[in-house]
Write a protein that binds this ligand. Structure first.
Ligand code: GCW
Length: 674
């Protein structure tokens, strides 16, 4: 093997020599130009192949040539690729399509940056055909649950003015295998389906196409009434059917590879087929038929819960499970990972695996609505891996992630939250990757680029990322507690929250059920019976307090304060210890970050440091709020190893946060770090 062709670990001095400029986080994991001008051989030319060649030419280090070849290897499918190790002074990258070659090019660059050697053949085939980001972006530029500025899509400027960030965005996605995007909020404005907006959407689709990305739109089910002036949106009404058919024809004329529609129907006030006494299947299939001739898909969300007396965690199952087998083959039911709503920890949604004749996809949330938003560092790969430990990814047809992207320079608000966008893409490509592999990849591409960091520090930063999700669960909602959030903004704790006229299932007391006897939601056979929706062996495991894992105990059981835990502690003491552990874990994160200071760009260091201060203070806020409040029920003292509260309950009850103006208990405006 030609030694020059080895993808050697590039000495730190090479990185140091590269002009990094001031850090602003905008580069993401995208390769930087090296000036080496590598030799790239490609006998076929297409826009995408030329992009692959350009990426390699600009960023490949060393003088080994790379040959890009189209192949006919059916096993590789549309997006797969194969990379042969160096021979005769060149590396050969083959794929069946030009987008496969682009993915392979990014793989090579990633490997080189990580210092991995190319000494055996690499074959990569993504598990999912559709790897899609959902943007909850409104047409006025705001983002529902967005914490990184305003929407990237500048609808007022499009189609005339095209921001260079659209291309950067597409590149960043292609580099991690994301191949689809829903541009607008599931709480959808019909306006996106007007001719004026379709033209704007088409402009974005033109840019994204080169990077293998298809555009989808969230559709408002009442659009035939709102835009078409029809008196109904009944999916079985001929005029409605015709309206959608014509709308699809119109869209495909402008966007021939349009992906399809995402629909939130009959949920949280959105219109849907049930308004006309039709089922979700009737609604989804009507749209599916309009899209079918063009090859489009419907992603129909199962996130529904009505104000009934029944346990909210059961409702999606109750409504959707009976519809199994009724959906057309170009419909996928898009199901949130858990049965409630993106809580720090939830069991899997029992709909998974229960509708065997229906295509299902999972919806993860990348934006940290319930996880400290852009103030807290919470690396989400471990949470998604936990889900894939319960639900076989091979049983799913696609995977969606609610984006954490806005128009901030660094795209994601918290600079380290870029890792969650990255992790989503990598897991959507290969759910078997470990959280550690993903963290190490991302850190090599972002944090260590330009800095000679000792292994010890690298390891502690990796550990910091890997432990961050469990830390957040501990300081927010350990042992299966959930939805203790303040009303509306979901940032801080309000386990006591009560609002005149609010739906009970929007209030924390519905979920924690704390009383003088104990705490937790009894979903066992003696309670709401939500356990009965789970397949075996989970049904049995979760139903029995002896076998129910500690980390989901209060999700499934209401237990006395002095209940003896597996650790030997009382439930109350165990709860207190988790809150304490969460607070300590954040302090440890702060210390880890401090130890890395000499090796990290000063601006990046400071930005993360400031956010960790907030996270640490918020952890204490969570601990005090929950323990002081629940202590009023348990009437038990804090165990000795748990630090005394720094706040009073009365003071915490007076904390009122605006939606974008997060005022911590100390009175400092957290928003100032945004
Ligand atoms: O997570 C909750 C959010 C809503 C969101 C809804 C949904 C887009 O609080 O903001 O609306 O779920 O997923 O539809």
């Amino acid at each position: 093997m030609n030694s020059k062709c080895i993808l050697a670990f590039f000495a730190v001095c090479v990185f140091l020599a590269s002009p990094l400029g001031a850090y602003n986080g905008s580069r993401l994991w995208l390769p930087e130009k090296t000036g080496d001008q590598a030799t790239i051989l490609n006998d076929v030319e297409s826009t995408t192949i030329l992009l692959a060649a350009e990426e390699l030419r600009d960023a490949w280090r060393g003088d080994c040539a790379i040959e890009l070849k189209l192949s006919e290897d059916t096993a590789l499918g549309r997006d797969g690729y194969v990379i042969a190790p160096p021979a005769d002074g060149k590396i050969t990258l083959k794929a069946n399509t030009d987008i496969g070659l682009l993915y392979g090019a990014y793989h090579l660059l990633r490997m080189q940056r990580m210092g991995h050697e190319l000494n055996k053949e690499i074959r990569e085939i993504p598990l999912f055909d559709v790897r899609i980001l959902n943007h909850w972006d409104n047409l006025d530029g705001t983002i529902e649950r967005g914490y990184a500025g305003r929407s990237l899509w500048k609808w007022n400027e499009l189609p005339d003015i095209v921001s260079p960030r659209y291309r950067d965005y597409a590149r960043a996605n292609a580099a991690i295998g994301i191949n689809a995007v829903v541009l607008n909020n599931v709480n959808a404005s019909s306006k996106i389906l007007t001719a004026e907006y379709i033209e704007k959407v088409a402009k974005l689709a033109d840019i994204f196409r080169d990077y293998g990305i298809k555009v989808y739109l969230s559709a408002n089910f009442a659009a035939p009434m709102q835009l078409g002036g029809l008196h109904t949106a009944d999916p079985l009404d001929d005029d409605v059917v015709e309206w959608w058919r014509e709308k699809c024809d119109e869209i495909y004329k402008m966007i021939p590879d349009f992906g399809g529609f995402l629909v939130k129907a009959n949920s949280e006030g959105q219109p849907g087929p049930c308004d006309f006494d039709r089922s979700h299947a009737d609604g989804a299939n009507m749209l599916a038929k309009a899209l079918k001739p063009h090859g489009g898909l419907v992603m129909w969300r199962s996130f529904v819960y009505s104000p009934t007396d029944d346990d909210r965690a059961k409702q999606a199952y109750l409504e959707f499970n009976p519809l199994d087998g009724q959906f057309d083959d170009n419909v996928m039911v898009q199901i949130k990972n858990g049965p409630v709503d993106f809580q720090p920890r939830e069991p899997f949604n029992p709909l998974f695996g229960s509708m065997l004749s229906t295509k299902q996809m999972v919806e993860f949330q990348i934006t940290q609505e319930y996880l400290g938003q852009s103030n807290h560092l919470v690396f989400l790969a471990p949470m998604w891996k936990e889900f894939f430990g319960w639900v076989n990814p091979r049983a799913l047809s696609a995977v969606a992630g609610v984006a954490n992207i806005g128009d901030n320079d660094n795209w994601t608000g918290h600079p380290l939250a870029q890792s969650n966008w990255y992790a989503f893409g990598r897991l959507a490509w290969n759910p078997d990757l470990s959280s550690r592999e993903i963290a190490e990849e991302w850190l090599s591409l972002i944090l260590y680029d330009g800095s000679p960091i000792p292994e010890l520090i690298k390891n502690s930063i990796t550990e910091m990322m890997l432990s961050s999700r469990e830390a957040a669960v501990d300081y927010m909602m350990p042992l299966g507690l959930h939805h203790l959030f303040a009303f509306g903004h979901h940032y801080g704790p309000e386990p006591w929250c009560w609002r005149e006229g609010a739906r009970p299932d929007w209030l924390p007391s519905y979920y924690h059920q704390a009383d003088s006897v104990g705490i937790g939601f009894n979903r066992s056979e003696s309670g709401s019976k939500a356990v009965a929706q789970y397949p075996q062996p989970y049904r049995e495991i979760y139903n029995n307090v002896e076998t129910c894992p500690d980390n989901l105990l209060l999700w499934f059981h209401h237990l006395p304060w002095d209940f003896k835990m597996k650790s030997g502690l009382t439930l109350w003491n165990e709860l207190c210890c988790h809150y304490e552990r969460g607070c300590q874990a954040v302090k440890k994160m702060q210390a880890t970050w401090k130890s890395a200071e000499p090796y990290i760009d000063a601006d990046l260091y400071k930005d993360v440091e400031r956010r960790l201060v907030i996270q640490s203070r918020d952890a204490e806020w969570w601990k005090d709020a929950c323990l002081l409040y629940f202590g009023e029920f348990s009437q038990m003292p804090l165990p000795e190893n748990v630090s005394a509260p720094v706040h009073t309950l009365d003071a915490l009850k007076n904390v009122k946060l605006g939606i974008t103006n997060y005022e911590a208990p100390s009175g400092e405006l957290l928003d100032s770090v945004r």
